[in-house]
Design a protein around this ligand. Structure first.
Ligand code: OGA
Ligand code: MN
Length: 157
């Protein structure tokens, strides 16, 4: 497989360094059969056919107190689509238009759900994962526990 980088620190490539707090992470190219099946399903729904994918899948383990500040993933290293599975905990992802930071859309990412950020949502909005104490949806508290996300990305055109 032709992967155009090696990774000393993943977050030099995806969001800017310092965007993510209280985490550990890894990336993985080879998965067991059961996981590979799930990833195949994710890729089938998330990416246009034939779209070249970033080979390694990114796994991000956010501590209960961990959070992700607003950022846009690197346009140099990642393409039009970011697809993420949320595991272990519900969380709130906030999208804010880059050119109007008084607007926002909050998404409830239920544990075991898949989100897909594509095109404008990926390029024109920052995304972030709120801290436990800021985690509300429709006025309801959404407790944030430890959360693991499994993120697939494609390559820039
Ligand atoms: C990232 C990111 C979101 C998530 O690593 O760039 O935005 O679902 N992750 O963990
Ligand atoms: Mn991101």
């Amino acid at each position: 497989m032709d992967i155009p980088y090696c990774i000393p620190n993943l977050h030099h490539y995806f969001p800017p360094t310092q965007a993510i707090h209280g985490y550990r992470e890894t990336e993985r190219l080879q998965w067991g059969a059961a996981s590979e099946n799930i990833l195949r399903r994710v890729r089938t729904v998330a990416f246009p056919e034939g779209s070249p994918l970033l080979g390694p899948v990114h796994v991000l383990d956010l501590d209960k107190k961990g959070y992700i500040k607003p950022h846009i993933d690197s346009v140099k290293f990642c393409g039009s689509t970011i697809a993420g599975l949320s595991l272990l905990s519900d969380s709130i992802m906030r999208l804010v238009p880059e050119n109007n930071t008084t607007d926002r859309v909050d998404l409830l990412l239920s544990r075991r759900s898949l989100y897909i950020l594509r095109d404008d949502a990926r390029f024109k909005f920052t995304h972030e994962i709120l801290k436990d104490e800021e985690s509300f949806f429709s006025g309801q508290k959404v407790p944030r526990h430890r959360r693991i996300s499994v993120i697939c990305r494609n390559l820039p055109m």
